[in-house]
Design a protein around this ligand. Sequence first.
Ligand code: GSH
Length: 210
Amino acid sequence: MAAFTFFYNPMSRAQIARWALHEVDADYEPVLVRWDAKPAALLAANPMGKLPTIIHHHGGHDHVVSEAAAVCHYLAAVHPQAGLLPGEHELADYFRWLFFAAGPLEQAVTNKAYGWNPDERQQVSVGFGSYERTVDALDQWFAGHHYVCGERFTMADVYVGSAVDWGLAFKTIPERPAFAAYAERFRAREAYQAAKAIDNKLIEEMRANG
Ligand SMILES: N[C@@H](CCC(=O)N[C@@H](CS)C(=O)NCC(=O)O)C(=O)O
């Protein structure tokens, strides 16, 4: 049995987890999930049936991890040899931007896409403040840093990078020089290219088969 069961659909946030799995060279068994026929094993592991969900078969235990950001960090933590965990002086940036992307950034982008923008009074209590403030904060960071932790790629870049990658592809974040330069850096990674090649091929096949 592979060390990880990976529930995925190529047209989903599971792409983030696949990239992370490849970054750590994990031994995984992919299980394709169709939205209208979710496997019982997925629903047993994650009642929401959300993707990505992974199960780590380890030491006689089945550890379930859902939430793409948690999946990324978990994979880095159980594969320390991959060198994608933050060092002592990278820890602050790592967690700051990982949680920023999973919380405020995701909310800002989805709320805007579905047509809700908080007014000035609401912005005080809404976690992302406003779409513009959120995007500007991220832009400012990457205008001065190559990666989340400065000069070195860490697992946080798989998650934050995916947010930028998808945002640029779906035009849900604006094209800015700092985002384009960051995307160019992470898209050059071998693991990114290997993971995307698999998902893109699967998407093509699914489209061809209706
Ligand atoms: N908060 C979750 C969101 C995951 C999520 O919404 N995944 C979507 C695909 S991108 C999904 O599984 N949708 C299927 C459903 O809700 O039934 C994460 O960050 O991983």
